[in-house]
Design a protein around this ligand. Structure first.
Ligand SMILES: Nc1ncnc2c1ncn2[C@@H]1O[C@H](COP(=O)(O)OP(=O)(O)OP(=O)(O)O)[C@@H](O)[C@H]1O
Length: 342
C-alpha cells in the first residue's frame, strides 16, 4: 500500500461494521484486518501472536543470527528489516499510512560467505513475524528452472515458485539465467519469476544470490529488475581471524578442539588463503567446514590405531589431522570403511 493511501475495503461490510464486530469480540483482530484490507495485509497475518513460546522461538532465531561470526552489516540490516516490519505493523494497527513492504532481496558475495545460512534464518524470522506463512527455504539454480522446449521453463519455474510459497525462494548464481541472452529459455524463467513476484507478493520472498560483479552486470542488463529488489546485502569475505573463530565454533559444537600446534597450522593456512581471496576457488567458511569435517575423520583414523585414547585425545585435533588439499589421503583410502577405494 502506498504511503498516505487508505486501505481498500473489501469482502466484509463497511469498515465501521467490521470495527464494531471486532470491538464486540465477534471477530478476531486478524479476521477484522482481513475484512478491512482484503488479502493485501501480509504484515499482519499473525500480528496477534505473543505467547511466550513464540517469543522464545523468535529469540532463538535471533540468537542463531547473532552467533554467526562477523557479518556485521548483514546482521544490522536484518535487524533494520525486523524493526521496519514491526513498526509498519503497529502503524497499520494505529491506522497510520504505511510504507509498502517489499522484501525481495539481492545477496552479493563469494561462495561460503553465509548467504544461504542467512537466507534460511531470515525465512524463519519472517515466519515468526507473521510475514511468511511457512518460513521454509527453497534453493534453486538454473537447471531447476530452465527447461528444454517452449513452455517447459515457465512450467518448471512455476512449480518451484509453488513449492516456495509461504517461504523464500533462493536462486543461486541468478545471473546464469541470463547466460544465453534473449533467445535462451533463461529469459523465460526470469519473466515467469517477475510475474510470480506480482501474483504472490504477499507470501513469497525471492532472493537472487551470486558473485558481486556478475550480479551487478545481471542487474544492469535487466533494467526492470533492480527496483523489484529493494534490499541488497553484501557478504564480505571473512578475515583470517573470523575464519579461525568459525573453525573454533564448528569444533566446539562437535566437542573437539585444536592443539596449539594445529591451531597455528590452521592459522597460517588461513592467512595465506585470505591473502589470495580474489581467487575464485577460495570458499571462505565452507572451506573451513570441509577442513574441519575432514580433520574429524582423519583424527578417527589416527586414533583407531591408539590403544584406549583418553578423553582429551578423543577431543584433540593434531596438525596431521589438518589436510588442506582436495581429495582423500592415502590413509583414508586404505581404511576398510566408507573410504575404501572402489
Ligand atoms: N558467519 C558464519 N559463522 C559460522 N559459520 C558460517 C558462517 N558463514 C558461513 N558459515 C558456514 O559455512 C558453510 C557455507 O555457508 P553458506 O552455504 O551459507 O555459504 P554461501 O554464501 O551460501 O555459499 P554458496 O554461494 O557457495 O552457496 C555453512 O556450513 C555455514 O554454516
Amino acid at each position: 500500500m502506498r504511503s498516505g493511501q487508505r486501505p481498500p475495503q473489501r469482502g466484509g461490510g463497511s469498515s465501521v461494521d467490521v470495527i464494531d464486530q471486532f470491538r464486540n469480540g465477534e471477530v478476531a483482530l486478524n479476521e477484522a484486518l482481513r475484512k478491512l484490507h482484503g488479502s493485501h495485509t501480509p504484515i499482519l497475518r499473525d500480528a496477534h501472536r505473543s505467547t511466550p513460546t513464540d517469543k522464545q522461538r523468535f529469540q532463538s532465531i535471533m540468537n542463531e543470527l547473532d552467533q554467526l561470526i562477523g557479518l556485521r552489516q548483514v546482521k544490522t540490516l536484518v535487524k533494520e528489516i525486523y524493526a521496519f516490519i514491526q513498526i509498519q505493523q503497529k502503524r497499520q494497527q494505529a491506522k497510520l499510512a504505511t510504507e509498502p513492504i517489499v522484501l525481495h532481496m539481492i545477496f552479493k558475495g563469494n561462495p561460503g560467505t553465509g548467504k544461504t545460512t542467512v537466507a534460511r534464518i531470515l525465512a524463519k524470522l519472517l515466519r515468526e513475524m507473521g510475514v511468511l506463512s511457512k518460513g521454509h527455504l527453497v534453493e534453486v539454480e538454473r537447471a531447476d528452472l530452465v527447461g528444454e522446449y517452449i513452455g517447459h521453463t515457465a512450467q518448471k519455474t512455476r512449480d518451484h515458485v509453488k513449492k516456495a510459497l509461504g517461504g523464500i525462494m533462493f536462486i543461486d548464481e541468478a545471473y546464469s539465467l541470463a547466460r544465453g541472452g534473449e533467445k535462451d529459455f533463461g529469459k523465460e524463467a526470469i519473466d515467469t519469476m517477475v510475474k510470480a513476484m506480482e501474483d504472490h507478493k504477499n507470501d513469497f520472498v525471492l532472493i537472487l544470490a551470486g558473485y558481486d560483479t556478475e550480479m551487478e552486470q545481471f542487474l544492469r542488463t535487466n533494467p526492470g529488475l533492480p527496483s523489484r529488489f529493494p534490499i541488497v546485502l553484501n557478504f564480505e569475505d571473512y578475515t583470517e581471524q573470523e575464519l579461525m573463530q568459525i573453525a573454533d565454533t564448528m569444533l566446539r559444537k562437535r566437542e573437539y578442539k585444536l592443539s596449539p600446534e594445529s591451531s597455528s597450522k590452521l592459522r597460517t593456512y588461513l592467512r595465506n588463503s585470505t591473502q589470495q581471496q580474489g581467487k575464485r576457488n577460495f570458499s571462505n567458511a565452507r572451506m573451513v567446514r570441509n577442513v574441519i569435517e575432514r580433520a574429524v575423520r582423519l583424527q578417527a583414523v589416527r586414533l583407531l590405531e591408539a590403544r584406549n585414547p583418553t578423553r582429551d585425545e578423543l577431543m584433540k585435533i593434531e596438525p596431521d589431522d589438518l589436510v588442506f588439499e582436495e581429495g582423500p589421503r592415502d590413509e583414508e583410502l586404505s581404511f576398510g570403511g566408507p573410504y575404501q577405494r572402489r
